[in-house]
Design a protein around this ligand. Structure first.
Ligand SMILES: C[S@@+](CC[C@H](N)C(=O)[O-])C[C@H]1O[C@@H](n2cnc3c(N)ncnc32)[C@H](O)[C@@H]1O
Length: 258
């Protein structure tokens, strides 16, 4: 397991792929997401596990965003482009809840979630890259926040508490999961009985959203991937500038194996 983790992380750090920045906002010297050549889209792989698929349900899996581009996650323009205040109003987290942040990165959403659930609640912030979790810890310490628990994920296992998440927030992450089948099964197990899995993805139907195609998803594709795997769509919110918000609960029927 340890070897799998180490190899997996090296593969991500060495990836030439950059996050899908808007054309105007890529940091100097990094690949522009608006160009036609985004670099190889091969996902990071766990060599000790089954090989990761290059595609899932007809969709090309995007490369994992490297921690070396983490400053893009806290760029000032993000407030206008993604309107996190509105997203978190829609999430309506309650004091005392357990809120899970899958692919937490450097904690852009985890910190907001921690404020919403308050000192009686907690945030489980899961990420594949130890370097991202180190950046998250720095930001959490600087903010004086004590209710965020960083967790190191593997490609198959997000490390979330079984049946323990009132909400699992997945922002700009799902399209880059190297093992979506395994992670969806784990997320289903992690949801509390009335818990919600909230996917936030750049709109694949909208050419006006200046993000590389493999980092966007259509609503139809999201449903195609989640509904046969034990999730039921309970609510959608279409009021963000660039992203879909799709909220899923556990379907009563368990998906049949295979
Ligand atoms: C584009 S960043 C988004 C970060 C954060 N959600 C945000 O909105 O600021 C994607 C993050 O997902 C993480 N990630 C990718 N695959 C993952 C997996 N299988 N389990 C946990 N984290 C994963 C990456 O390491 C990266 O930090």
């Amino acid at each position: 397991m340890l070897r799998a983790l180490v190899v997996s992380v090296v593969a991500i750090a060495a990836s030439p792929c950059r996050p899908a920045e808007p054309e105007s906002s890529g940091p100097a010297g990094t690949e522009s997401p608006g160009t036609a050549a985004p670099g190889p889209a091969a996902p990071a792989r766990d060599v000790d596990a089954a090989p990761s698929p290059a595609s899932f349900e007809g969709r090309t899996i995007a490369a994992t965003m490297s921690h070396s581009g983490a400053e893009w996650l806290t760029r000032p323009e993000r407030e206008q482009e993604e309107d996190p205040a509105t997203l978190h109003r829609e999430l309506a987290l309650q004091p005392g809840q357990v809120a899970c942040d899958l692919g937490a990165g450097n904690g852009y959403h985890s910190l907001r979630m921690a404020a919403a659930v308050g000192p009686r609640g907690r945030v489980v912030a899961s990420d594949l890259q130890p370097e991202m979790l180190a950046l998250l810890r720095e930001r959490v310490a600087a903010a004086g926040v004590t209710n965020i628990e960083p967790v190191l994920a593997t490609q198959q296992d997000p490390g979330l508490p079984r049946g323990g998440c009132d909400v699992i927030l997945v922002v700009d992450v799902y399209h880059e999961l190297a093992q979506p089948e395994a992670v969806l099964a784990a997320l289903r197990e992690a949801l509390a009985p009335r818990g919600r899995l909230v996917l936030v993805e750049f709109r694949g139907e909208d050419d006006g959203v200046p993000i590389k195609p493999e980092h966007k998803m259509t609503k139809a594709q999201i449903r195609r991937e989640l509904e046969p795997r034990g999730f039921v769509l309970v609510r959608e919110f279409d009021g963000l500038p660039w992203q879909h918000v799709m909220m899923f609960g556990r379907a009563a029927k368990r998906p049949s194996p295979g």
